[in-house]
Design a protein around this ligand. Structure first.
Ligand code: C2E
Ligand code: MG
Ligand code: MG
Ligand code: MG
Length: 284
């Protein structure tokens, strides 16, 4: 590729470039076999109601423990999976597994949030994949919230929108993830009836550092979401100070290390029964 850019032959032999390309090639090879080798698991991070602090959902987050490479972070392998379109079969597995574990591991009023990449939405059978995951798991479609980012509007927006509208017709809800980062356009909010806007962690961090811009933006998003009949989730809340601040700004839901790190389904289920137990004790 260095040659294609007209950078001259020698660029191909730059050690750093070579190492990166080689590393990427090896990672891609491993990723190609990760599904069949059973190397993926899902962890679940609680999403809590700001006022009651009850767990209202768990977000499914993909984890890859590679035989060759050990634990690889999603920040590294998700973009690779998207570039190679491996995200399509991997995403199908995620959808099935998340629906199955949600149906088995936690009570009926607790939802599951599943991240979906643009490449998945452009597949003609995306909605059919969701139907299959729901019927195999017997999960109530109302318990499934699909998370997408603004990047779905960058290309073939109408195909992605149709796929999401089909899911909404099933009873699923859609969340707009990482809001405010990337190529934000408020016009996107008119294109689809999102149920939730997830305010990106960078704004939460900014507000915690008393950035007037971050505070103003969060307030504006909360007000706008309310008038559009959408809820808001603040991402990446790490301590009580940040939680208190977010509470004050009126976000509907909170997610972050302060309330729980991503955890295996068993722990999610245990956490929930522990909370129930505590509530029972408090009432008694
Ligand atoms: P995301 O959907 O925005 O998920 C939230 C990320 O923030 C997760 O990173 C989570 O572990 C992290 N996080 C949560 N609370 C805190 C906090 O208080 N502080 C900090 N510093 N971080 C926090 P993770 O698991 O590494 O995932 C990164 C991204 O990879 C996700 O961002 C999502 O875009 C993507 N991803 C993960 N799983 C899947 C999947 O199954 N399918 C697809 N398509 N993408 C996925
Ligand atoms: Mg997400
Ligand atoms: Mg997010
Ligand atoms: Mg994020």
């Amino acid at each position: 590729r260095a040659k294609d850019r007209g950078g001259g032959m020698h660029r191909e032999y730059e050690p750093a470039l070579h190492a990166n390309a080689e590393e990427r090639r090896q990672l891609e090879h491993a990723l190609r076999h990760a599904l069949e080798n059973d190397e993926f698991t899902l962890h679940y991070q609680p999403v809590v109601d700001t006022r009651s602090e009850d767990v209202v959902s768990f977000e499914a987050l993909l984890r890859w423990n590679s035989a060759q490479h050990g634990f690889v972070s999603p920040g590294k392998f998700i973009p690779l999976a998207e570039d190679t379109r491996l995200i399509v079969p991997i995403g199908t597995w995620v959808m099935q597994e998340a629906c199955r574990e949600a149906a088995q591991s936690w009570p009926e009023h607790v939802k599951v949030n599943v991240n979906v990449s643009p490449e998945q939405l452009l597949e003609p059978d995306f909605a059919a994949t969701v139907v299959r995951a729901l019927s195999h798991s017997a999960l109530d479609p109302k318990r499934l919230e699909i998370e997408v980012t603004e990047s779905i509007f960058m290309r073939d927006a109408s195909i992605a929108r149709q796929a999401l509208e089909q899911c909404m017709a099933l009873g699923c809800s859609i969340a707009l993830d990482d809001f405010g980062t990337g190529y934000s356009s408020l016009g996107y909010l008119r294109k689809l009836k999102f149920s939730t806007i997830k305010v990106d962690r960078t704004f939460v961090q900014g507000a915690a550092q008393h950035s007037p811009e971050s505070i103003a933006i969060i307030r504006a998003v909360v007000a706008m979401a309310e008038s559009l009949d959408m809820t808001t989730t603040a991402e990446g809340v790490e301590n009580e100070e940040e939680a208190a601040m977010i509470r004050g700004m009126g976000c509907t839901k909170i997610q972050g290390f302060h309330f729980g790190r991503p955890m295996p389904a068993e722990d999610a289920s245990a956490l929930f029964s522990r909370r129930l137990e505590n509530q029972r004790r408090e009432r008694a």
